[in-house]
Design a protein around this ligand. Sequence first.
Ligand code: ADP
Length: 503
Amino acid sequence: MNIFQKNSEIFNLLAEGVSEGIIVVNKEQVIVISNSSAEEMFGYEKGELLGKPLDTLIPQRYHKHHDQHVDHFISKSEKRQMGHGRDLHGIRKNKEEFPVEAGLNPFELDGSVFVMALIIDITERKKREQELSHWARIFNESLNEIYTFDATSFIFKDVNKAAQHNLGYSLDELQKMTPLDIKPHLKQSEFVKIIEPLVNDDTGKIKFETTHLRKDGSTYPVEVHLQLSNTGQNQSFVAMILDITEQKNYTENLERTVQKRTLQLTEALENEKELNELKTRFLSLVSHEFKTPLSSILTSITLLGKYKLTEQQEKRDKHVTTIRKKVKYLDTILNDFLSVERLESGKVNYNIEEFPLSKLVNEVVYDANMLLKAGQKIHYPENIDDVFIEFDEKTLELVLSNLIHNAIKYSPEDSTIDILVKTNPNTIELQVKDNGIGIPEEDQKHIFDRYFRAENALLTQGTGIGLNIAKQHLENLGASLIFKSQQDKGSIFIVNIPKEQKT
Ligand code: ADP
């Protein structure tokens, strides 16, 4: 019976009350005492460990090493924690190893040296530590930026590698900064407002978009996912950041494409509308503008058939003139209309040639004479034989006849229409001047709009096409068309043709 057994009651009282395992070995490292926590921990029956060498509880690979330690320990007679800086393991009766923490406590009793070992099974703690270090690794190695920062001071506590790398700051630098230092567009007051629902516990998580500023001054758009963490002593925020540069680029590209397509679609729709309008105009043109001249042609033809006598030649001539006038009118508006179609579809072919202006003026005036109202006269220059023009002759004919027909249409009987030709240094100027109804001031800005007709012109037949196409054709060829007009006084339309024609 050893001294411990002798004092077993006192020992039991002291040792059985503690949850740590207690083992006492003598100088020979033979176990002289074990409490039930130690026996349970190592899987032995009560008293089974007594007399066994301490090595029974230590995995084989540590034996030699361990002996030295304990010897050293006993000789120094110091109290200390074992296993600093390395893992200690125990071995159960069933050969299962498990991590332990042991504190050694040498003492003397009755002149003999003993060592008391306090042993704790740290299997659970180790597991938790491993789990924690696993999470720490995930935190640190995540490719998303992860930050934790103090809930009161906002100073960063921890920042993972991805964040350090992307921002260009070291952890040391970041631990002196707050999220506001890397969010250039966010004021402290705004930030406080954003996190308010988290602080008030109204929500568990918030998400917002902002911009991050790198150390080098560049920025990138981010989506911040923020939550409050209550682990640890102080509350802190945990922020997960997604760099949404790609997403933003994608969205912006998408928006740009949508905008472009919408524009194309609007244009296509606009064209479609224009075409539809053109069709409608054409139909109303045919029904209104064609109907009147056609019925007067029909009347004249019917009457022509009735004047059979020789002395009725004068009457016949009158009706032939009417028919010619009306056919000429129909021909003009039909040409105008075809011009619109050609200009619209871009199918206009101009043929630039040099020709004498007098020839064109004579032809146009000759045709226009048929349309003159009673007493109307056209004055045109007789001395322009030497004026040559390099232009598309058909176009100029269309323009000039439109202008002269308008002058006739919008002037009263017995009035005079003047055609003037001026040779300027760089241009040849053609003017068509009348003393007619003029164009009201407020309508003047619309006069070249397609289908536009001034208020005071509505009682006269017309389509509102002529001036529009005349101007377009002229401008296509580098020429211009302007006008001056005064209501009830008259109008003057001026065509300017450059002398040097570009083809
Ligand atoms: P239309 O004569 O067939 O209506 P135009 O395009 O030739 O179409 O002319 C557009 C409008 O300009 C006319 O409806 C008229 O109101 C005005 N206009 C054109 N020429 C004259 C003119 N010489 N005098 C007064 N108004 C004119």
